[in-house]
Ligand binder design. Structure first.
Ligand code: HEM
Length: 147
């Protein structure tokens, strides 16, 4: 479920049709960052925290790469994918200024961390409960047919 959740959110954040290789690479870095959150902060090679710091830098680089690619895009290019990243790029702060790249990267990485585990786990529990209560699943199916 976490894998599905990650793929869904990458498509929402970076735009549908985001390359599977990019998603797989970012998910690999993401898992290192996640283990680093629960590790002893030892910045020594071989330790989870050290790996997490390096992986976060790689994630920053990946998101920055997407930003650079989007900035180089021709205006009115209707064929190109659009995601949350494009909406954040167009947004303005209270002073009417566009957000700097560094800030956009931090926002997206925060969303990435907040979304995969929470939604993946919620979907896993929902599946487990529905499996244990098949009558509820039937009810949901009937309601779906009605709507
Ligand atoms: C079923 C899915 C989700 C659940 C159960 C969930 C649950 C939560 C909970 C309980 C918190 C509060 C954590 C705390 O203050 O200790 C939180 C915060 C947050 N969540 Fe979610 N979340 C979900 C999905 C998402 C998604 C999809 C995103 C982003 C796209 C997101 C972004 C955030 C952010 C940014 C915060 C921090 C808000 C703040 O403190 O200002 N969450 N979430």
């Amino acid at each position: 479920m976490n894998k599905i959740s990650f793929k869904v959110f990458m498509n929402i954040f970076l735009g549908s049709g985001t390359n599977d290789t990019v998603i797989a690479s970012m998910e690999n870095y993401y898992t290192h960052v996640l283990s680093g959150l629960f590790s002893t902060p030892l910045k020594i090679p071989g330790f989870a925290y050290h790996r997490a710091v390096k992986a976060r830098k790689m994630l920053e680089k990946d998101v920055q790469g997407v930003l650079t690619e989007r900035r180089g895009r021709k205006p009115n290019d209707l064929n190109s994918k659009r995601g949350l990243i494009d909406i954040i790029m167009e947004a303005e702060d209270e002073e009417g200024e566009k957000l700097k790249d560094g800030k956009i990267v931090v926002i997206l990485l925060t969303f990435l961390l907040a979304s995969r585990e929470s939604s993946g786990r919620a979907a896993s529990w929902a599946t487990t409960y529905l499996y244990q209560h098949l009558e509820e699943l039937q009810k949901a199916k009937k309601n779906k047919r009605k709507s």
